[in-house]
Design a protein around this ligand. Sequence first.
Ligand SMILES: [Zn+2]
Length: 255
Amino acid sequence: MRYGTRSAERSEIYLNYRLYGEADRVDVMDYFVWVVRDAGGVTLIDTGYNIRSGGRRGRTMLIEPPAALAAIGIGPTEVDRIVVTHGHYDHTGNVEAFPNAQVIMARAEFDFWTGPYANRIQFADYREAEDIAHLSQLAGTPRLVLLDDTTTIAPGVRARIVGGHTPGQLLVEVDDAAGTVVIASDVIHYYEEVERDMPFAVVSDVPGMYHGYEMIRSLAANAGTRVVAGHDPEVMRRFPPIAGHPGLGVMLSVV
Ligand SMILES: [Zn+2]
């Protein structure tokens, strides 16, 4: 579901953009959360930014993520689990709006954002202290589950630790009747990253990011796999709209 948007210059999007010798221009960057709903319950993949954290950064909020869920009939207490794919502000807001949800993230990611380097200028702008404090409050309770390796978090739903963009960036694979939907989150923000091997500007480990692109390519080579990029407006064109809610998001699979 697309909840936010902004414009950004390509020199802001791609790491060392001058290396490509191409003219700069403005691209659209969209913001999404993803929902897996089946007999196993409701899994929310990322929770978006909130009004405060997005507003302070000049982002356009199209619909607050909890309201987007409500629009498709999912109340805040019906979310069983939340995968926080990484610790950036546009993925960690609103967690407190879902009081019954177990929160799942990579241990390396949690340790990084609660550790000594998160406040350094190269990282601090991307983390929202209030959100990290909320995640920290869940630490040590059954509501926070920290992953050390690829883990099946619900029937047919796997979280895979990739890294690159951040130390414990996750992607989520969801099996359906046609194959697998790969929710790449920020392993790739744009399809162009993997198509042209162009690392994203915000990165904690460049070889790790290239490795993530290789992983996406190898997953995409499997018949029936659909890859969903984390911030690409192309997502809204590649997949059909949610029935009855044009513009709110896309349907990746219907079983
Ligand atoms: Zn993001």
